[in-house]
Each structure stands twice: as C-alpha cells, then as structure tokens.
Design a protein around this ligand. Structure first.
Ligand SMILES: [Zn+2]
Length: 133
C-alpha cells in the first residue's frame, strides 16, 4: 500500500507541526485506487484536547469535513496528526485506528513522518510517496 501525497501538502503539515506546541490534526481527502491512496486535499481540524500528547477531533467538526468531502466527490482516505516525540502510533492512536481504519499519517516537529494502517490488529507501515504536482 502506498500513500501518495503532493510535496506541498506534506510540507504544510510538517510546517504547522513545527510551529505548534500541541498536537495538530486533520483529514487527508482523496481517493483510493487499488493499493494507492491518493491525497487530493488536506483539511486541518482543531485538536479539542489542546494537548501536546494527544488529539481529539470534535464529532461535529468530523461531520463537517465528511460533508465537505462528499460535496467534492472525495473520500476521507486518511487522518494525520503530529507528535512532539517519535512519529509512531501511541497506544491511544491504536485505539483510534480501530475506529478509523484508514491510513494514519503521523509527523513530528522535526520534519520526520510515517504512515500506518491497522490490518488484522497489526500495525502495517504504509509507504509515503511524495509527488511534485
Ligand atoms: Zn499520536
């Protein structure tokens, strides 16, 4: 499985994570073609926990994003958030991954990132492919 994302989108997420003292979060919208998950748009949401070690998105905001995606003919193909430590799924993230079974892109505040998906209760790494356009 591959997550295909434009450089400018990844850069936007990494920059925001660098500037933030809390975890940032949002949705990756796009579409899936076989094993390719193609990101077409990035939507930032609020971290309602305001926390440097966890994030949570308001369910009403999730509904808004899903409605927006639907209108644009896109799917919520992934969730992204930042860590102030290593960009690997935490225990809390794994619980969230059971609810949102799409790709989870995790970045840190130093420009490192990784993508993961929960498959058969196991975390699988997803290759991130960066495109220029
Ligand atoms: Zn996390």
């Amino acid at each position: 499985m591959r997550l295909i994302i434009k450089y400018e989108y990844l850069f936007m997420i990494l920059e925001k994570a660098k500037e933030s003292r809390i975890e940032i979060c949002g949705f990756l919208l796009g579409r899936q073609e076989d094993n390719d998950i193609i990101v077409k748009e990035v939507v930032f949401t609020k971290n309602r926990l305001n926390s440097p070690t966890a994030f949570e998105i308001d369910p009403l905001e999730i509904l808004k994003v899903l409605g927006y995606a639907d209108k644009k003919g896109l799917e919520p193909v992934g969730i992204f958030h930042s860590h102030l430590c290593k960009p690997i799924p935490s225990e809390r993230d794994i619980r969230g991954m059971r609810l949102w079974r799409n790709v989870w892109l995790i970045v840190d505040n130093k420009g490192t990132y990784g993508a993961f998906i929960l498959k058969d209760e196991k975390i699988d790494g997803v290759k991130v492919e960066i495109t220029q356009s």
